[in-house]
Design a protein around this ligand. Structure first.
Ligand SMILES: [Fe+2]
Length: 316
């Protein structure tokens, strides 16, 4: 298996130090795997230049197999600094739109995050998803930099070890696409093979997020969501809106969730596999020497809707 699920979700922030502190203290991402500053040539196809950035890769010390993903905080340092959150982004337009953390006890973690300064976007509710009728608890908050954070406890799928209420790591990344069948086929080739759920109904608790002038509140788009899981690593949640929203990818590095990486054991053979399948891989991997024998290698590739996705081989 060359591909090992979602390695991390990239989040643009305006000031890295308070963001590292916030994600460590309140969201459990307390292991800073690296904190690097330099020119990120690997995202030149997305950014139109090799942006000067500071990047901090954070791991959750309580991560579990169902919340294994990391968070990559990015502060754009050149030009005018971090671009803004894409205007009019509700949820499901093309572009990355949320990070979902698996948590133990959604109501308790939700309340603690609101107390820590997050905006409440959706109070905790219990639900079940089709077709397998898997139970979950769910809520949403927004971090101080504009990222929609979904909190999920997959109670019908996973029994946590004993311990306090806490966030446990990235369970999935949600992003908008335009053709679900094409997206499913593309990511199935990258190891996202098991369909956890598929929904065609508008998720009513999200209705307040769709505001004028981009949406007519009385005439909201249909939402088609799926969640293909890989055998290991975090999952993806592609979404199709009907009618489609406008392109909300924004400028690479913008505030809020904006890209994600797929973990591979060997980036050269993984890139070769993609190329053999006709996928455009953008040049050779950038190798970032982190010192002490540690290295982070990444290369961007073209997914069907132009979402900002890369391969990652990390020795950290
Ligand atoms: Fe989600």
């Amino acid at each position: 298996m060359s591909f090992q699920g979602v390695d991390h979700v990239g989040v643009g922030v305006s000031d890295l130090d308070p963001a590292v502190h916030f994600y460590g203290r309140h969201l459990g991402f307390d292991r800073v795997l690296f904190d690097w500053e330099g020119e990120l040539t690997s995202v030149e196809p997305f950014a139109g230049r090799a942006p000067l950035v500071r990047v901090a890769m954070l791991e959750n010390g309580s991560a579990t197999p169902i919340g294994p993903g990391r968070v990559k905080l990015v502060q754009v340092l050149d030009g005018d600094g971090p671009p803004p959150v894409p205007a009019g982004q509700a949820w499901g337009e093309v572009g990355v739109c949320e990070i979902c953390l698996h948590v133990r006890s959604v109501p308790e973690v939700h309340a603690a995050l609101v107390a820590a300064g997050c905006e409440e976007l959706m109070p905790a509710i219990s639900a079940a998803v089709v077709p397998h009728d898997i139970a979950l608890d769910i809520s949403y908050v927004e971090d101080p930099w504009g990222t929609k954070l979904e909190l999920i406890e997959w109670t019908g799928l996973w029994h946590s070890l004993p311990g306090p209420a806490r966030a446990e790591g990235v369970n999935h990344v949600a992003f908008g696409v335009t053709e679900m069948a094409r997206t499913r086929a593309f990511y199935e080739r990258l190891g996202f093979t098991e369909l956890l759920f598929e929904s065609f109904d508008f998720f009513d608790p999200m209705a307040p997020w769709y505001v004028a002038p981009w949406y007519e509140p009385e005439n909201l788009p249909a939402q088609h969501m799926t969640m293909p899981m890989p055998p290991q690593g975090a999952a993806i949640e592609p979404v199709v809106l009907d009618p489609p929203g406008h392109d909300c990818r924004g400028d690479w590095g913008h505030l809020g969730p904006m890209d994600f990486g797929i973990r591979v054991a060997n980036i050269d053979t993984a890139a070769a596999e993609l190329r053999a399948d006709g996928v455009e891989v953008h040049g050779e991997p950038q190798a970032i020497d982190l010192g002490g024998g540690r290295e982070w290698r990444t290369v961007a590739f073209e997914e069907p809707d132009g979402n900002y996705v890369s391969l990652v081989e990390a020795r950290v």
